[in-house]
Design a binder for this molecule. Sequence first.
Ligand SMILES: NC(=O)c1ccc[n+]([C@@H]2O[C@H](COP(=O)([O-])OP(=O)(O)OC[C@H]3O[C@@H](n4cnc5c(N)ncnc54)[C@H](OP(=O)(O)O)[C@@H]3O)[C@@H](O)[C@H]2O)c1
Length: 289
Amino acid sequence: MQKVIAIIGSTGMLGIDVNAVLKDENAAIHNFNSINLDITELNNVMNALIKFKPNYIINCAAYTNVDLAETEKDKADKVNHVGALNLAIASKEINARLIHISTDYVFNGLKKAPYNENDDVNPVNEYGLSKLKGENAIKDSKASYIILRTEWLYGKNGKNFVNTILKLADTKKSIEVVDDQFGSPTYTKDVAFAIRDIIANDKGNNGIYNITNAGYASWYEFAAEIIKVFKRTNCVIIPVLSDKFVRPAKRPADSRLDCSKIKLDYKIELRNWKDALKKYCYDIGYFIL
Ligand SMILES: NC(=O)c1ccc[n+]([C@@H]2O[C@H](COP(=O)([O-])OP(=O)(O)OC[C@H]3O[C@@H](n4cnc5c(N)ncnc54)[C@H](OP(=O)(O)O)[C@@H]3O)[C@@H](O)[C@H]2O)c1
């Protein structure tokens, strides 16, 4: 039978790629963004979703401005916590399975090894706290759910580190980038394919899964690879320590995620981040042999 899937946050960087990947599947897709469905209002959520009775609700919606969340914490909480709770309530009510996207920012980054799904959480900023509250609300809701924690996302349709470095490289001879924060650069298209594969082979279990491209880097290493892949070698990337750039929100220093659980349960293993970056380069038409 054809699956019915609601994509929440379908105009976001990840949501657009999820839509692009799922529309090639045999599924009826319903797209929602903040204009046609404000997830912070439970009535709206119920009314919108009950009409379609989706089998899956994929929540890519979030308040994602990490620095601004320090001063707009109520706004961040409303979308990332209350919004997630509302979607969980609706999922339970209409018997849908909720696939919710979360973040490495639930961790404080002090473990000095990749985090697994059972590690203690302790966010160091308001965005991370709001996302953690969203996770907890879903876990406590008795809805059927999968929470996917990812990190360092970039994709064709959003503000992201790759595009920032490329823009800077066109006008500057050198760029200073922090070399003491570690994670896995992750291509949104690869996460979208993973979501497709989870739905295709769904075990029906509740749980949290880490999902990132394989391998790890510092922001400096990531920037240096961008310059190499996109052939912007006139610009030099200079490694610096993060205390050189004081930002409103603290970041976890080392939020690498261990993705072995999703490999074990769902046979999903994303390609290495360097290969994903080359694919992104190709996908956006920059690939020069
Ligand atoms: N970007 C990263 O590096 C990163 C890292 C780790 C985890 N994540 C998580 O990955 C997910 C996707 O992130 P992204 O970067 O793709 O986000 P994004 O580009 O900022 O998109 C956010 C989406 O949320 C929607 N939205 C915001 N407030 C809403 C509301 N009140 N009701 C309904 N929809 C609302 C937006 O709709 P409008 O377009 O209408 O405003 C937009 O479609 C999020 O859960 C984020 O926390 C992101």
